[in-house]
Design a protein around this ligand. Structure first.
Ligand SMILES: CCCCCCC/C=C/C(=O)SCCNC(=O)CCNC(=O)[C@H](O)C(C)(C)COP(=O)(O)OP(=O)(O)OC[C@H]1O[C@@H](n2cnc3c(N)ncnc32)[C@H](O)[C@@H]1OP(=O)(O)O
Ligand SMILES: Cc1cc2nc3c(=O)[nH]c(=O)nc-3n(C[C@H](O)[C@H](O)[C@H](O)COP(=O)(O)OP(=O)(O)OC[C@H]3O[C@@H](n4cnc5c(N)ncnc54)[C@H](O)[C@@H]3O)c2cc1C
Length: 648
């Protein structure tokens, strides 16, 4: 064990196992999680070489094999709890997505949430036993964001009680769905529903695309892989062109909307229920932001504890780079954000399941807030985590750029979260749409609830414009900082609403007014989400009984809140002493930095990083890794070429 990393662990002021148990929910949950992870770690089938030594085709084939193995093994172990399956899979797939990922994350959830009981009776056994292997095909070449303009059609033929699926133009070809290119034999296809000559907008259909026996594309189906991407190498994101493909009427997902045998259309309680799967994934992505950022912080902080470089004081030995204030200022706010997002991810998941429970009972009243919260937090946390992963990579110097550091793979796998499941700017504008509506309701005296109730509070307490009020902040008191974020959010929502109002008074259209206020609208959503994150971080602290853990997390929460103020100082009164306070907090966190990342409890296999190894023996393992590179399998590779060049 590297002596530096040993010393770091000896200097910690809290018990990492206590914090790990808190993050898991209990000591028993930690035990069980580790037990499941050890099933993968000790399984020779999952001991393979670094995918970075493989070609794309090899990586895809290996991913399909791994997905298949995981299915068999989970069955053999009798593991069926979704959370335990997740622990098993994330250990086996390490940093990468799995080939069957879309089947689990979108195809199955859509069947669960949008099929009638009869349809579930038919399709769930097929899908849960992987006879029907599916994806979620919504995006087209011409449209990803603006789904009301998707062009694929599903036209009902009452004479045969079938839908005829068509991609009428090149721009209507389905493009991007994960697992579509080579893996799936079915797809949930989002298409414009036409019946009795009328268009009823976007609906979901189960479309067989490959023969369940031969896996050959079915008649009228052109399907394939869209080619190499920035990452996601294990996933065959694909294209799908449908030409007069007929499916039975029963293949339209009819839990909410129905087409009768004669073609008559029964509309849903809300036309946004078709969008439900997207809300689910957005909510889950918040937790993915926490995991990607916490993994990156684990790697960068452990490496920074063992890396010695340069000179702090002349004549002294080279210090650990973690002792540089600049290195701490890079990494510790990200470590704080990783903890914040871990708690927000738990809150988002709980909120999603609570509200969808009400929706399943027919209460749709909280759907707008769920949509706004999932959209905003997905955008807010992925933007922060995406940038943070790059900061962690660069904080590791040259070795951070090696694939064996794990950071390039974390980055290229994570970065599309800023785009898929709702491009982040578009999502922030969706949240803004909800905030402006709530602001106007508060102005009219309506009582708001949930995460926007502060808009009432500000109106009631101080009717004068929010922006005119002084921001007095006690920088050592988290509650005071939460109030500052609340005031900032209220102020920026008011600024955005007033910008809209001002545009409208110039008698331009609602749409142009909206577009001309987009900068303020996005900033208002960002401020709202930032307040929600700070507020939830503070609320979590009140649940922590262990004083040592409470103290270190309180320090992190103060750092997160104060650092956020410096990043947005234009929105807060720039409090000059904040920078000094931040410096003091960095010093406070320094002895606990490694223990704090240890508490995330990522085993080396899952971390997949030579720099972030638990034992800190970085250089030896880097050298061993490099020697396994395919280019080093022969001592001489292109001698012939050199020979030719030398002869000229
Ligand atoms: C965890 C790891 C997973 C890895 C795999 C992930 C693979 C990736 C998969 C994908 O990317 S699937 C495709 C994802 N695509 C999108 O997310 C498309 C984004 N675009 C949209 O969602 C919509 O086009 C829009 C931007 C929301 C606009 O929709 P629309 O034009 O219909 O709405 P508006 O006119 O803006 O608003 C109307 C009204 O509807 C409400 N609303 C919009 N969306 C939803 C929703 N999902 N749920 C509930 N309500 C919604 C919106 O708030 C408006 O309400 P009011 O203000 O009128 O009350
Ligand atoms: C790795 C990956 C996996 C994917 N997997 C799937 C999948 O499984 N299934 C599936 O259906 N799709 C999938 N997608 C597609 C994904 O959902 C879309 O790419 C995403 O919704 C963004 O849409 P777009 O590509 O049309 O971007 P665009 O909307 O064209 O974005 C381009 C720019 O336009 C801006 N813009 C667009 N509309 C507005 C507006 N109203 N106001 C302001 N600015 C705007 C955006 O902010 C952005 O800056 C995947 C994509 C990726 C990268």
């Amino acid at each position: 064990m590297n002596p530096d990393i040993c010393r770091e662990r000896e200097n910690a002021t809290f018990n990492t196992e206590t914090l790990t148990n808190m993050l898991d929910g209990s000591a028993e949950k930690t035990r069980r999680r580790r037990e499941i992870e050890s099933l993968v770690i000790n399984d020779p089938d999952f001991q393979h070489d670094d995918p970075n030594f493989m070609s794309r085709s090899e990586r895809y084939d290996a991913a399909v094999k791994k997905s298949s193995q995981m299915i068999m093994k989970l069955r053999d172990y009798g593991i069926s709890d979704p959370e335990e399956i997740y622990f098993y899979k994330r250990t086996a797939r390490r940093t990468f997505h799995e080939a069957f990922g879309l089947h689990y994350t979108m195809f199955l959830p859509t069947l669960y949430s949008q099929c009638t009981p009869e349809q579930q009776k038919k399709w769930l056994p097929l899908a849960e036993n992987f006879k029907a292997l599916g994806t979620y095909a919504q995006t087209e070449l011409g449209h990803g964001t603006h789904i009301r303009k998707l062009e694929t059609t599903a036209t009902y033929d009452p004479s045969t009680q079938e839908f005829v699926l068509n991609c009428p133009t090149v721009s209507s070809i389905k493009w991007w769905p994960g697992g579509l290119g080579k893996t799936s034999n079915h797809a949930i296809v989002l298409a414009q529903l036409y019946t009795l000559g009328k268009c009823h907008g976007l609906h979901a259909f189960i479309v067989p695309i490959r023969c369940m026996k031969t896996h050959q594309p079915l008649p009228g189906v052109t399907v394939g892989d869209i080619g190499p991407k920035f990452g996601f190498e294990e996933v065959d994101n694909g294209y799908l062109k449908l030409e007069n493909v007929r499916i039975p009427r029963e293949n339209m997902l009819m839990k909410y909307a129905q087409v009768e045998p004669d073609g008559s259309y029964l509309k849903p309680p809300s036309d946004k229920l078709t969008y439900g799967t997207m809300v689910f994934i957005r909510a889950m992505i918040v937790g993915e932001s926490a995991r990607a950022l916490s993994k990156s912080c684990t790697i960068a902080i452990r490496y920074s504890a063992v890396r010695h470089q340069s000179e702090l004081r002349p004549g002294e030995p080279e210090p650990q780079i973690l002792d540089y204030q600049a290195q701490q200022y890079k990494l510790f706010p990200l470590l704080a954000a990783a903890y914040a997002f871990t708690f927000v991810g738990q809150y988002m998941s709980d909120t999603y399941h609570r509200i969808t429970g009400h929706i399943n009972q027919g209460d749709f009243s909280q759907l707008p807030e769920l949509h706004a919260l999932a959209a905003g937090l997905k955008a807010f946390t992925t933007w922060t985590a995406n940038a943070g992963i790059e900061v962690c990579r660069m904080a590791c110097g040259g070795h951070g750029y090696l694939c064996c550091s794990g950071l390039p793979d974390i980055y290229v796998t994570f970065t599309p979260t800023c785009t898929y499941e709702g491009e982040n700017t578009v999502m922030m504008l969706q949240t803004a749409r909800f905030l402006v509506k709530c602001y106007r309701q508060a102005r009219e005296g309506q009582q708001l609830s949930g995460t926007v109730s502060y808009l009432n509070e500000q109106q009631r307490l101080q009717p004068q414009p929010v922006s005119s009020r002084p921001t007095v902040v006690n920088i050592n008191d988290l509650a005071s900082l939460v109030e500052a974020y609340k005031l900032r959010a209220a102020k920026l929502v008011e600024v955005a609403a007033k910008s809209l109002q001002g545009e409208l008074q110039r008698s331009i259209s609602q749409e142009d007014a909206w577009n001309n206020s987009s900068i303020e609208l996005v900033r208002a959503s960002d401020a709202h989400c930032h307040y929600v994150v700070v507020e939830l971080f503070a609320a979590k602290l009140s649940e922590i009984s262990d004083t040592a853990v409470h103290s270190v997390l309180n320090t992190l929460a103060l750092l997160y809140a104060l650092h956020g103020i410096t990043l947005n100082s234009g929105d807060f009164l720039q409090l000059s002493q904040i920078t000094q306070r931040i410096k003091a907090l960095l010093v406070e966190i320094r002895p606990n930095a490694v223990a704090l990342v240890d508490s995330f409890d990522y085993n080396d296999e899952m971390l997949n990083s030579v720099l972030g190894r638990y034992d800190g023996n970085v250089y030896e393992s880097m050298f061993e890794w490099a020697k396994r590179s395919p280019l080093n399998r022969t001592e001489v590779r292109s001698f012939i070429i050199f020979n030719i060049i030398q002869k000229k």
